[in-house]
Write a protein of this length. Structure first.
Length: 142
């Protein structure tokens, strides 16, 4: 993937900084987001079940299949015929749970599923601040 390199200035989120030496070295955004290109994939989030961890409807998820999922990882899980979901992986006393991060969505007890697997670990979520900044994505269906 050929992405432009960027200079990253430090910008004040409180008071403005008068410093002139505020530019950092060049950054190739792909090197930051994709350290293992052969095992990295992308998906678009559809829904709002992960909003409490900053993953919103329409976000682009960066998924690394080479990483081992651990307790509390945000993962992409295949639920067989039900498709794929993004959830938090929890190892509990009662078993493995794929937990939603929104009170309106249920968690998934994987013991109740006939076929499931962890497909990859989410490493980044790319969120558009300007709604027109990323490719247009349909509004969430109610």
């Amino acid at each position: 993937m050929d992405l432009p390199s960027l200079s990253l200035p430090l910008v004040g989120a409180g008071f403005p900084s008068p410093a002139e030496e505020w530019f950092e070295a060049q950054l190739v955004i792909g090197d930051l987001l994709v350290p293992r290109p052969t095992s990295t994939f992308y998906a678009r989030c559809n829904g709002s079940s992960m909003e409490k961890v900053g993953i919103h409807h329409g976000d682009i998820l960066v998924i690394d299949r080479a990483l081992a999922a651990t307790h509390n990882s945000i993962v992409i899980a295949s639920l067989g015929a039900q498709g794929f979901v993004v959830k938090r992986l929890l190892y509990t006393e009662t078993g493995i749970v794929l937990a939603a991060e929104h009170p309106d969505y249920p968690s998934i007890n994987v013991a109740e599923l006939p076929n499931w697997e962890i497909w990859g670990v989410v490493t980044y979520a790319v969120t558009a601040v300007d709604p027109g900044a990323l490719l247009q994505f349909p509004p969430q269906q109610s």
